[in-house]
Design a protein around this ligand. Sequence first.
Ligand code: SF4
Length: 280
Amino acid sequence: MRIINVKDIEEAVSKVCMEINYNLREGMEKIIEEVLQKEESESGKEVLRQILENIAIARDEKIPACQDTGVCIAYVELGQDVRIEGGFLYDAINKGVANGYVKGYLRKSVVRDPFNRINTKDNTPAMIHVELIPGDKLRIKLMAKGAGSENMCKLAMLTPADGLEGVKRFVIDTVKEGGINACPPLIIGVGIGGTFDMVGWLAKKALFRGMNVRNKDEFYAKLELELIKEINDLGIGPMGFGGRVTALDVRIEVAPCHIASLPVAVNFECHAHRVGEIIL
Ligand code: SF4
């Protein structure tokens, strides 16, 4: 049994919240530089150049890469041989988020209740998902998720008769409808299977996967590549100004499902892709 004190979790979460808002996910700058070479539209190229300039300013001056510093999504993989001491895991994550957002002068974007709209003033609570895994490590992946891209997400309970074509059509139609408002170029998480509650999480979980890391199953890896091509053929382009570069990546996560169901969900992530990781 390994013991991890909540203080270590709080400190690490606080640090990562600041870091990811000043420095986009590792490798994002390089990817934008690469797609700039592929973009054919002049306005698309100009937008990508401005995105690169913005990334550099945020990194060098330690200011948020976007004014929407997001709600924190914490994806926790908790080793079953870990014991958390000194407090409750959820409280430690939330204390870390609160410290990071207050200390880092990051915008506080969370309201206590969907209707009273009173700001919690420290960006808590984080949206926390915990998965139990074998071993004695605690891994916390943190994402600062903006509302512009989150508001465009969609979920559908298709039927098995809709099949692969139905799933593809749903993904493409969702991008056609909302992609322009999600601040492209985008990373698109697709969940397929599970249940109503699970499929949304699968789509979100896909966004934590590394850049251009294909699904391990060849069938879904091929589908990811097909969707990237079809989405880029839509011509939405960087920030919707037209062009070849709409999707930087499409990632599919799947789960078993009921014989009568075919759930599918699309979770958009904008170019301000802010993800960091803590391993304790
Ligand atoms: S969608 Fe992303 S880039 Fe657009 S405003 Fe929100 S956080 Fe910023």
